[in-house]
Design a protein around this ligand. Structure first.
Ligand code: AP5
Length: 220
């Protein structure tokens, strides 16, 4: 039976960091809507050019564009065994489409870890984040520094700071999250799928809580 996990939480809470750690533990594929957009921006595709304007302002990419992109990703065979979704869904409309899509795989959303932290923590996290150009591995100059400044420990590629991690854009992203995405907390709580995780803890402790939750749902 395929298993699907939706990582929910504000920008900078640690969704991407934990998703990458969960790949090995679960054997599931990691689908990050933000990474797919950034890959398209890097390659200057039509989708990338469209998305870039929204992302750089800290706004959501429109639902129809985002949903079409995720549907294309789900058309690939690796999603049939399950997936860790990071950054999707982000609106009620996206969550409803996801339910229908998973029915097509005889699946459903099994668990929604909601990783959260105070605005002060989020701003500090995003201000100090460095990402690798080749595969999006994530570091933090204070909390999770690379062994060699400026290069990724895992693949040696250059580290860069995301355009949308500028202070004023981060503020906008947090507001957009509150307005458009936070209603999903109630949506998944009603379904009995949400577990709240204190994302202000160190990375390893967040992982421990997450692993316990996955075990309790027999996902690992
Ligand atoms: P996306 O890339 O999804 O960004 P986000 O959701 O804002 O999340 P982030 O990647 O900023 O943070 P994160 O929670 O993954 O934190 P991370 O692990 O990196 O989306 C970008 C944009 O794309 C959106 O704004 C929107 O425009 C568009 N978009 C994407 N999906 C969309 C959708 N579905 N619909 C419409 N538009 C969409 O950690 C952050 C930093 O903190 C790192 O430096 C990390 O090393 C550090 N850190 C992590 N955990 C800890 C910890 N426990 N302790 C200390 N430091 C930590």
């Amino acid at each position: 039976m395929p298993r699907y996990i939706v990582l929910l939480g504000p920008p900078g809470a640690g969704k991407g960091t934990q998703a990458k750690l969960m790949i090995e533990k679960t054997g599931l594929v990691h689908i990050s809507s933000g990474d797919i957009f950034r890959e398209n921006i890097k390659n200057q595709t039509e989708l990338g050019q469209l998305a870039q304007a929204f992302i750089n302002k800290g706004e959501l990419v429109p639902d129809d564009v985002t949903i079409a992109m995720i549907q294309e990703r789900f058309s690939r065979p690796d999603c049939a065994q399950g997936a860790i979704l990071d950054g999707f869904p982000r609106t009620k409309a996206q969550a409803e489409v996801l339910e229908k899509m998973l029915e097509g795989f005889d699946g459903q959303v099994d668990l929604v870890p909601f990783i959260t932290a105070s605005e002060e923590v989020l701003v500090e996290r995003l201000g100090g984040r460095w990402s690798c150009r080749s595969q999006g591995h994530v570091y933090h100059e204070k909390f999770n520094p690379p062994k060699r400044s400026g290069s990724c420990d895992l693949d040696g590629s250059e580290l860069y700071q995301r355009e949308d991690d500028k202070a004023e854009t981060v503020k906008r992203r947090i507001l957009v999250y509150m307005k458009d995405t936070s209603p999903l907390i109630a949506f998944y709580t009603r379904q009995g799928k949400l577990i709240k995780i204190d994302g202000a803890q160190p990375i390893e402790q967040v992982t421990e809580v997450l692993v316990d939750a996955l075990k309790s749902k027999k996902i690992i």
